[in-house]
Design a binder for this molecule. Structure first.
Ligand SMILES: C[S@@+](CC[C@H](N)C(=O)[O-])C[C@H]1O[C@@H](n2cnc3c(N)ncnc32)[C@H](O)[C@@H]1O
Length: 440
């Protein structure tokens, strides 16, 4: 029986979904009414659950509730589940929440949860997920919520036993949670699923341990090789692999029959790749750029098949670090877990400043997600296995852009590509795509 006194007669509502919910009946088992709660609710409808959370969890003066709902009128967006939403629903929500006990501690965001999470910088210790039940939306809600849930925080998910057909939401939620295995415990499992975040996963703590450093270098450029070897020794790097990059100046280029822009490029080790010369209005890449981009592509292929590492630090052979070794180590140690990003670009770029400010989404004290914009320079970056796969997927048949554009274009064209950058430039300025052998 619910022991929290919640007076429904104060509120107007057309649907009683909340009244019979497990949240209503069980919240008191997992919470203490006078503790500090920073609550997030995704999907508010007429506000009954929001008013309940406001009444039960906001009694401490430091508690807050953030409510997120776009109130998209039913039937106007085929992708979004918004049953029973009319132009009256939002008004009813506002009226109800104003009547709740702790109204002054509530914030409302008339946004989809996706848009809310793009801007959100807050962490919460109680999250009620009850928004759009479509698989893609639900997956992102579970992931984004988990990522901003504090340790020991509770994530309460509605509709676990529902969906069309029944069982659909369970599958989606279970699947979304697999990547957090070992980081939470289930504290209630019925029509609603409730979990408690317990700890950071082991690989979050030891994350810097399996980074392999892949240096792009050419055997004939001995000075560069010496330079990077010394630099990495001074900076105490271990687990370094010097890859023999493709020397564009020794490649042969044969037109592919029947195509104006397609060429078969063959390197002196006998490997081949298809190249499209459309770039720069048909001028294409110079041989140095071809060799350089191909070398980076080969590294992504190696990473995808490397069972011993999930992330590579790719370095061109003429870079210089712009921070000392202690600071570099601190940034590396604070890289977020590999499952949470695709590319971490650490090289100076002409196109985005390394500045964490109010308008960007913070990842932690060291990294942030920049606005989606073009960036250049591929002299130094961390790329995860997932990131390497996404870049390779962007090359359908042939490649035709320099190494830095390949990364930047993937970021711009693939909505799920997760780019992060450090709060400070770690490498650079260096040359633009520095390992390019300047020859035409
Ligand atoms: C089941 S109702 C929420 C019921 C409410 N929690 C309660 O118990 O009274 C689902 C709500 O999710 C909202 N919604 C739909 N798509 C959404 C999205 N992408 N982001 C956030 N909320 C969404 C709908 O507008 C609707 O108000």
């Amino acid at each position: 029986m619910n022991t929290i006194k919640f007076d429904l007669s104060k509120y107007t509502y057309t649907k009683g979904w909340f009244i019979n919910s497990e949240l209503h009946r069980n919240l008191h088992k997992f919470t203490n009414t006078h503790d500090i709660y920073n609550v997030l609710e995704i999907g508010c409808f007429e506000g009954l659950s929001a008013c309940f959370l406001s009444t039960c969890l906001l009694n401490n003066k430091l508690s807050t509730l953030d409510c997120v709902d776009p109130y998209i009128t039913s039937g106007t967006d085929s992708e979004i589940t918004s049953q029973c939403i009319s132009d009256k629903t939002y008004e009813r929500f506002l009226q109800n929440i104003k009547n709740s006990n702790n109204y002054e501690k509530t914030n409302f965001h008339r946004l989809t949860s996706d848009d809310f999470f793009i801007e959100n910088k807050k962490e919460f210790n109680f999250i009620y997920v009850d928004g759009c039940h479509e698989p893609d939306y639900l997956t992102r809600d579970v992931e984004n919520s988990f990522n901003c849930l504090k340790i020991n925080g509770i994530m309460w998910m509605n509709n676990y036993g529902g969906g069309k057909p029944p069982g659909t939401c369970k599958k989606v939620i279970d699947n979304a949670l697999t990547k957090y295995t070992g980081m939470y415990e289930i504290i209630h499992n019925h029509y609603q699923l409730v979990i408690k975040k317990t700890k950071l996963r082991e690989d979050v703590i030891t994350r810097s341990k399996n980074i392999k450093t892949m240096v792009v270098t050419l055997p004939r450029l001995l000075d560069r090789r010496k330079h990077i070897e010394n630099l990495l020794k001074v900076y105490n790097f271990s687990d370094v692999v010097f890859t023999n990059g493709i020397d564009g100046s020794t490649c042969t280029k044969t037109p592919v029959e029947g195509s104006k822009n397609l060429f078969r490029i063959r390197s002196d080790d006998g490997s081949e790749i298809l190249y499209n010369s459309n770039y720069r209005n048909g001028i294409g890449l110079n041989v140095g750029e071809i060799g350089c981009a191909w070398s980076h592509i080969n590294i992504y292929k190696t990473l995808v098949n490397d069972d011993s590492s999930d992330v590579y630090l790719v370095l061109e052979d003429d870079i210089e670090f712009s921070v000392d070794k202690e600071e570099l180590r601190e940034y590396i140690n604070n890289l977020p877990p590999t499952y949470s990003y695709d590319l971490c670009h650490i090289n100076k770029s002409t196109w985005f400043p390394f500045k964490k400010n109010e308008s960007v989404l913070s990842v932690n004290d060291y990294y942030y997600t920049p606005h989606k914009k073009y960036f250049n320079n591929a002299g130094a970056y961390f790329i995860t296995k997932a990131g390497a796969k996404k870049v390779l997927e962007s090359i359908t048949k042939s490649f035709g852009v320099p190494a830095d554009d390949l990364l930047s274009n993937t970021n711009l064209s693939n909505g799920s590509f997760r780019l992060i950058v450090p709060s400070k430039c770690l490498v650079g300025p260096g040359n633009m795509v520095s390992s390019i052998v300047k020859t035409n």
